[in-house]
Design a protein around this ligand. Structure first.
Ligand SMILES: [Fe+2]
Ligand SMILES: [Fe+2]
Length: 350
């Protein structure tokens, strides 16, 4: 029996993540537009800060999608919404207040999508929670932006209706609201703003720990359907990870890690690939299934230990931090391409 690699819930979350990404892109476009509208300096400064956060968050979101392991198209209705919203925002029918008001609604939509993905992940599995972890910081920042947008709306709204300035104290109230939000979400914002770019070791390590979680989930389950679901994700994750290593990382480290050790890594991955195909051909309810998965997990475990000890040490000793960050970018891009080749999912037809 051939195991289907499709899983409805996982694909639905992938579509939601892709939708979140186009919404986040629209957020950025809008903010850049707003900056050209001759706003007062307090408001412009805040919008410039939003742009900085949103650019960083878009990058984090792309990493999360790669880590999640399924590339998807955004939902059709979201794409239509984005087109319409973009036109309205660039047009001249809306007053400045109305534009900012639309923008605040858009932020709300982004926040809710992020929260829904977070809640849905809790229902699907520990590996999904792990992959989408960084979303929490994005959700928090968008919530914080929303509170500030309310302050901006108050200023612009009063000005448009009366030609006068709103009462003092708006920013103090915004500050209180931000404190209340951060009380709920904790220190997510500081974690996020301190975050350095991920280097290749960080990205590889994150993939390794995700696949370990998936193996554990699979072996703990006795439900053939769940077992199939976990295996489907292991298959996709290991394939994308291994091929991206072979394309980007191994050729790069060979010179200083040594031809023999590098070749060993290639050979181990070729072996793992054969085993993956063997398992894929088995029924998840057959007794050999878990046995084979266990063997694969042990072999992968040895391979991972080698990469994280000696290969990482060689990388640390031979590449600069800029080079390891650049390698991470190349690795993520290669992985994305491979994931797309494995199938870009779009929203369910039903
Ligand atoms: Fe590897
Ligand atoms: Fe690896």
């Amino acid at each position: 029996m051939v195991v289907s690699l499709d899983d409805t819930k996982r694909n639905a979350i992938a579509v939601k993540l892709a939708s979140l990404k186009v919404l986040q892109q629209l957020v950025l476009e809008n903010e850049k537009q707003l900056l050209q509208q001759g706003l007062d300096s307090e408001i412009s400064d805040r919008i410039r800060d939003f742009i900085k956060d949103d650019e960083k968050n878009l990058g984090i979101l792309e990493t999360v999608i790669g880590q999640y392991g399924i590339q998807a198209e955004p939902k059709q209705t979201v794409r239509e919404f984005v087109d319409k919203a973009r036109k309205m925002f660039q047009g001249s029918e809306l007053s400045l207040y109305e534009k900012v008001s639309q923008h605040e609604l858009l932020k709300h939509q982004v926040v809710m999508s992020g929260l829904i993905v977070h809640k849905a992940a809790q229902k699907v599995g520990a590996d999904v929670m792990l992959a989408i972890g960084p979303l929490n910081a994005i959700n928090f920042e968008n919530r914080a932006h929303q509170e500030q947008l309310k302050g901006i709306l108050e200023i612009l709204g009063v000005r448009e209706l009366t030609g006068q300035e709103a009462d003092q104290g708006i920013w103090a109230r915004v500050q209180d609201a931000l404190a209340a939000v951060s009380g709920v979400v904790g220190s997510a914002v500081t974690q996020n703003s301190d975050k350095k770019d991920m280097n290749i070791q960080d990205v590889i390590r994150a993939d390794h720990s995700k696949v370990n979680t998936l193996f554990t989930e699979l072996l703990q389950s006795n439900d053939p359907q769940k077992i199939q679901e976990y295996f489907g994700q292991i298959y996709k994750d290991l394939t994308a990870h291994a091929e991206a290593e072979e394309e980007v990382v191994y050729p790069r480290v060979r010179a200083f890690y040594g031809a023999a050790d590098t070749q060993e890594l290639y050979d181990e991955q070729a072996q793992a690939k054969r085993e993956l195909e063997e398992i894929k051909a088995l029924s998840p309810s057959s007794p050999q299934f878990k046995e084979k998965v266990k063997q694969l997990m042990d072999a992968i475990g040895d391979h991972i230990r080698q990469e994280e000890s000696t290969m990482f040490a060689a990388i640390r000793n031979n590449l600069s931090s800029e080079q390891t960050e650049q390698l991470a970018t190349e690795f993520k891009a290669a992985k994305k391409k491979i994931q797309e080749k494995l199938g870009v999912v779009s929203e369910a037809k039903s």
